[in-house]
Design a protein around this ligand. Structure first.
Ligand SMILES: C[S@@+](CC[C@H](N)C(=O)[O-])C[C@H]1O[C@@H](n2cnc3c(N)ncnc32)[C@H](O)[C@@H]1O
Length: 176
């Protein structure tokens, strides 16, 4: 199955169907500056090896989504995208990762944030452990508005890898 076919099938199954009367997909590419102010209290709270700086995500989320959207991060890691979405008003959030420790880490970060900002509504957040290629019964059909994620880029590399190893890695990643 080609990547595009797998993605088309995923969207047909899980995304909200297009409604020509109400949906407007006009959205120019994001063209603002993306900057991070360094390691904030939130960034430092919980260690995760590939965590994205939260400020980088916030403007992209605001640009590419609409208030009230149901957002899914299938490679949630320590939950930066979900916690950022929560802080700007999204409540219908789903997150998964194939690594159970990552899902636990996301839960901890959401709990930590909720302790600091008690008015945040975390009641509709759903987290689960799953391989992105097989999400099982964890997502309702035709329920998602947006997939916002930071893809897995493979294990750390040294620069000494042989061509064959890199090709194998590339072909594994192209299945995601
Ligand atoms: C770049 S990290 C995401 C980091 C996250 N944005 C954060 O800020 O913590 C990519 C994540 O993809 C997960 N992952 C790798 N292969 C996966 C797969 N087949 N299905 C689901 N998750 C996978 C890894 O466990 C890792 O947590």
């Amino acid at each position: 199955m080609s990547d595009n076919q797998a993605l088309r099938e995923f969207i047909a199954k899980y995304a909200k169907p297009y409604d020509p009367a109400a949906d407007d997909y006009e959205c120019p590419p994001f063209a603002g500056d993306i900057k991070s102010e360094g390691r904030s209290e939130y960034y430092n709270f919980h260690y995760y090896h590939t965590k994205v700086p939260p400020e980088v995500i916030r403007d992209l989320l605001i640009h590419y989504t609409k208030p009230g959207d149901v957002i899914f991060d299938p490679f949630c890691g320590s939950g930066t995208i979900l916690t950022e979405a929560l802080q700007i008003g999204f409540t219908n959030l789903l997150g998964s990762d194939k690594n159970t420790v990552a899902v636990e880490s996301t839960k901890k970060n959401i709990d930590w944030l909720k302790n600091k900002k008690t008015t945040l509504d975390t009641s509709a957040i759903k987290l689960f452990t799953a391989d992105a290629r097989d999400l099982g019964q964890n997502i309702e059909k035709h329920s998602l508005d947006a997939i916002v994620t930071e893809l897995y880029l493979g294990p750390s590399r040294t620069g000494q890898e042989r061509r064959g190893e890199l090709q194998k890695l590339l072909s594994e990643l192209s299945n995601l």
